[in-house]
Design a protein around this ligand. Structure first.
Ligand code: C5P
Length: 237
């Protein structure tokens, strides 16, 4: 059974060094106040049991493993992720239409309430020169639009994107296609290694449906206070 808390748009990135630290942080959270993102580092260290623990505590978990492989393998991996009870998972859209369709179909066939399936387009760490080097002679923004349209056509529920791309994606790819955005910083918060950020309210105004926020919450002296400040900021948008 997948728990859903439609009120909160915040997905807290649990970028902790180990499961004990992540669990100590999560134990203090009310499930309705945010969702949780588990990425490759934490999952590789701690495995599915940490995911199960948070799901059993009533949290919506975004399993951010960005699958990319042949269609059959990705479909089975998505099915395995869904069986943990996650709320959202993702694949690389550059894996192609067949891979994304296979993932979507596997989820629909094996789960009466399948998790949301989100595509990753162009990693924000990739610039124009990086794309050229891997044989893609195009601007990153063009490639983002191309892959987002393909993901939509393949039946995915949305994409991970920069909040600065959200408005363009809403316009070009459609309203009913989720935009999940990292690169968000509350007013006055440290940028860390993020460069072009928007505030939570700005990101939602640009068209973000869910905001992935890590360090401004997880590294705060009082994470619950920061979380409720952001929830309050978003409620007023
Ligand atoms: O701590 P911070 O708010 O910067 O964390 C953002 C999270 O979103 C991290 O888990 C990071 O890996 C992820 N992310 C990102 N930029 C992308 C894709 C994912 O910051 N383009």
């Amino acid at each position: 059974m997948i728990a859903t808390h439609p009120a909160s748009r915040i997905i807290v990135a649990l970028d902790f060094a180990n499961g004990a630290r992540a669990a100590a942080f999560v134990d203090g959270l009310a499930p309705g106040s945010c969702r949780l993102k588990i990425g490759k580092e934490l999952f590789t260290r701690e495995g599915p049991q940490l995911v199960r623990r948070f799901v059993e505590q009533g949290h919506d978990v975004f399993l951010d493993l960005k699958f990319h492989d042949i269609p059959h393998t990705v479909a089975r991996a998505c099915e395995a992720a869904a069986s943990l009870g996650v709320w959202m998972l993702n694949v690389h859209a550059c894996g192609g239409r067949q891979m994304m369709q296979a993932a979507k179909q596997a989820l629909a066939e094996t789960h009466s309430q399948p998790p949301l399936l989100i595509g990753v387009t162009v990693l924000t760490s990739m610039g124009r020169d990086d794309l050229t080097e891997v044989g893609l002679d195009t601007e990153p923004e063009r490639q983002v639009l191309r892959l987002a349209s393909l993901a939509r056509d393949a039946g995915l529920d949305g994409v991970v994107c920069s909040p600065r791309e959200a408005a363009l994606l809403r316009q070009e790819v459609g309203e009913n296609f989720l935009r999940v955005t990292p690169g968000v910083r509350p007013q006055g918060a440290a940028l860390d290694d993020q460069t072009r950020v928007l505030t939570p309210a700005e990101a939602v105004r640009e068209g973000a449906d869910f905001l992935v926020i890590g360090r401004p919450i997880t590294q705060a002296a009082n994470p619950l206070a920061v979380l409720s400040d952001i929830n309050r900021e978003l409620a007023a948008v």
